[in-house]
Design a protein around this ligand. Structure first.
Ligand SMILES: Nc1ncnc2c1ncn2[C@@H]1O[C@H](COP(=O)(O)OP(=O)(O)OP(=O)(O)O)[C@@H](O)[C@H]1O
Length: 138
């Protein structure tokens, strides 16, 4: 048993398309615990920090514009081996490769607008959580 916490964000397309309840419900039904939750309109500054690793890539500007285009729903989720469990529940970045039954496999419409983000390591989870939540929320 390896209890972990991860950071998950429903992206603007997921919020606009009314998928918040469906997505949170999948995590709850899987027995994962929602530790903290909030809807925010992200600033460009935070978006650039969140996607720091993609700075300089061709899609960086498009990515920052997209994640700041409307509200997102941020959450911290706890569970056994939760970083890997949630990455598997989300599916591949490109919805063409995401298996049916995964969140992106079922709902994502394109590689850039792909409904949801989740941290891919414990270290990233810590960093991303701290961009959106105060210590006292966690
Ligand atoms: N080739 C691309 N064209 C357009 N957008 C892209 C492309 N590759 C990645 N993105 C966007 O950047 C995000 C981050 O890319 P990354 O490779 O880290 O994928 P990911 O880890 O599956 O996604 P996320 O970090 O959002 O969970 C993707 O979710 C997508 O929104």
């Amino acid at each position: 048993m390896v209890m972990q916490r991860t950071f998950v964000m429903i992206k603007p397309d997921g919020v606009k398309r009314g998928l918040i309840g469906e997505i949170i419900s999948r995590f709850e039904k899987r027995g994962l615990k929602i530790v903290s939750l909030k809807m925010v309109k992200m600033s460009r500054d935070i978006a650039e920090k969140l996607y720091d690793e993609h700075k300089g890539k061709s899609f960086f500007e498009e990515l920052v514009n997209y994640v700041t285009s409307g509200p997102v729903v941020c959450m911290v989720i706890e569970g056994d081996d939760v970083v890997q469990v949630i990455r598997r529940m989300i599916g591949n970045t490109d919805p063409k490769e995401a298996p049916p039954g995964t969140i992106r496999g079922d709902y994502a419409l394109s590689k850039s607008e792909n409904v949801i983000h989740a941290s891919d390591s414990i270290e990233k989870a810590q960093r991303e959580m701290s961009l959106f939540f105060d210590k006292s929320d966690l």
